[in-house]
Write a protein that binds this ligand. Structure first.
Ligand code: CS2
Ligand code: MG
Length: 402
C-alpha cells in the first residue's frame, strides 16, 4: 500500500477545525486532527507546504518510521505547530491501518483494558448558585464526574464560564479580547464554590476544577490545601508548567491531586513532572502531543510513577481527535479520565462518528479504524473565520496567563 495524496481541509462549523486526509493507492483513507486553537493556518501551512510532499509514495503501515522521519528529519524539533502536524499524520496512519486490517484501532494498541471511557463534563455558571444548578444538570445527564467553573465577583469574564447561557467557547472572531484577572477575588470564590458543591452533592460525584495556569505556586499550595477535604479528582493547571520543578512547591503544601499538560506537545515537557511524581494526571492529548504514537510513550513513561492519563477534550479538539483519544483511552493501562465537551450539532454533522455517551462513559465504537469521517461537501459550507483565544491581563493591565 502507498500514500498517494495528503490534503488539509479547514472548516468552521461553529468553530475552526483543521483536518488532514491521507489517501492510499488501495482506496483506503485516514484522517487526523491538526487543530491548534488561534493558530490554525500555521499548521495547515506546515502540513501542506512541508510535510505532504514527504508522504507521497511511502507505506502508511510504517507508522513509527514516518513519525521519526517527520520529527528528526525536520531538524527543528517540538513546539505546538510541528507536533500538531506530526500528530495529524500519525493519527491518519493509525486510521488507515485499522481500516486496512478491518479492526478498530484499539485492537492495534493492545486491545480493550476497560468496558468504557470515564468522562467528565463542563459545568459553569456566573455565580455559585448557577454553577451548583449546572452541576446538578450534568448529574441528571448521567455524568459521574463534573468540572465546575464559576464567575469571579468583580470580574466581567471568568475562564470556563459561558456568556449568556451559551456553552463555553473560548475563541472569539476578530482580534484577541482582553480578559481581566484578580487572583485575590478568585481565591476567595473557589473554596466557597466547592464548600457549596460538596454540601449539595456529597461525595458520590467526582468534582474537578481548572485554575488555567493563573496562580503562583504558593497560591496553588494554599488553594490545594484549602480544598483537600473536598477530595477533588484534580486541580488542573494551577501554575504554568514551563518550570516543571515549580510543582515541587505546590506538592509540599497539599495532597489535592494535580493535573497538567493540555498545552504539552512532547514527552520532554513532562519528564520531571512524571519522574518526580509532581502531578497525578497528565493531560497531553492526541492532536497536540504528536499523535497516538507519542501519546502512548508519554503514558508508558507515566505508568510506573503512578501518573494516570487525563486527556484534554475541549471543543477546539475535533471529533477526529476525540475518536483517536477514545481508542487510546480504552486500551492504555494507566487511564484516568477523559475530558468531554460535546461538540455542536453542526460540528457533529461535518464529522460523523461512532463514539457515543452512555451513563457517564464514552465508547469508541467497534468499526474498523477510528470510526470517524469528514463530510467535505458540508465542511465547504463553513469557511475558516479567523478567531483568537483571549489575552489575560491583571487589574493593573499587566499581561497574565489567560
Ligand atoms: C481548557 C480548554 O478544557 C480545558 O481544560 O483548558 O478549554 C482550553 O482553554 C482550550 O482548549 C484552549 O483552546
Ligand atoms: Mg484546562
Amino acid at each position: 500500500m502507498k500514500i498517494v495524496a495528503a490534503r488539509v481541509i479547514v472548516c468552521s462549523p461553529g468553530r475552526n477545525f483543521v483536518t488532514l486526509r491521507v489517501d492510499t493507492d488501495e482506496g483506503v483513507h485516514g484522517l487526523g486532527d491538526a487543530t491548534l486553537n488561534g493558530r490554525e493556518l500555521a499548521v495547515r501551512s506546515y502540513l501542506c507546504d512541508h510535510v505532504a510532499p514527504l508522504l507521497i509514495g511511502r507505506d502508511p503501515f510504517d507508522i513509527e518510521d514516518l513519525w521519526q522521519l517527520l520529527y528528526k528529519g525536520a531538524y527543528w524539533r517540538r513546539g505546538p505547530v510541528t507536533m500538531s502536524a506530526i500528530a495529524a499524520v500519525d493519527t491518519a496512519l493509525w486510521d488507515i491501518k485499522g481500516k486496512a486490517l478491518q479492526t478498530p484501532v484499539y485492537n492495534l494498541l493492545g486491545g480493550r483494558s476497560r468496558n468504557g471511557v470515564l468522562v467528565y463534563g463542563h459545568a459553569n455558571g456566573a455565580s455559585i448558585p448557577e454553577t451548583v444548578e449546572a452541576v446538578a444538570r450534568y448529574r441528571e445527564l448521567g455524568y459521574l464526574a463534573v468540572r465546575a467553573q464559576c464567575g469571579v465577583p468583580g470580574l466581567p469574564t471568568a475562564y470556563g464560564v459561558g456568556r449568556g447561557g451559551l456553552a463555553y467557547e473560548p475563541a472569539e472572531e476578530g482580534l484577541p479580547p482582553e480578559h481581566r484577572w484578580s487572583g485575590e477575588q478568585y481565591l476567595r470564590m473557589v473554596p466557597e464554590l466547592f464548600d457549596e458543591l460538596r454540601s449539595t452533592f456529597g461525595f458520590d460525584l467526582h468534582l474537578l476544577h481548572d485554575a488555567h495556569h493563573r496562580l503562583t505556586p504558593i497560591e496553588a499550595g494554599w488553594l490545594g490545601k484549602r480544598l483537600e477535604d473536598h477530595r477533588l479528582l484534580w486541580l488542573e493547571d494551577p501554575v504554568p508548567a514551563e518550570l516543571q520543578e515549580g510543582y515541587r512547591l505546590i506538592r509540599q503544601h497539599t495532597t489535592t491531586p494535580l493535573a497538567v499538560g493540555e498545552v504539552f506537545n512532547s514527552v520532554y515537557d513532562c519528564t520531571r513532572l512524571i519522574t518526580e511524581q509532581l502531578v497525578d494526571y497528565i493531560r497531553a492529548t492526541v492532536v497536540h502531543a504528536g499523535g497516538i504514537t507519542h501519546l502512548r510513550k508519554i503514558a508508558h513513561l507515566a505508568e510506573p510513577y503512578h501518573v494516570r492519563t487525563g486527556c484534554h477534550g475541549a471543543t477546539d479538539l475535533s471529533p477526529v481527535c476525540m475518536a483517536a483519544a477514545l481508542h487510546f483511552d480504552i486500551s492504555v493501562h494507566n487511564f484516568g479520565i477523559q475530558e468531554y465537551m460535546p461538540h455542536t450539532p453542526e460540528t457533529d454533522a461535518v464529522f460523523p462518528h461512532d463514539y457515543h455517551f452512555a451513563d457517564g462513559y464514552l465508547h469508541p465504537g467497534d468499526g474498523p479504524g477510528l470510526g470517524v469521517d469528514i463530510d467535505e461537501t458540508l465542511a465547504a459550507e463553513y469557511p475558516y473565520r479567523r478567531a483568537y483565544l483571549p489575552v489575560g491581563r491583571k487589574q493593573d493591565a499587566t499581561v497574565h496567563s489567560w
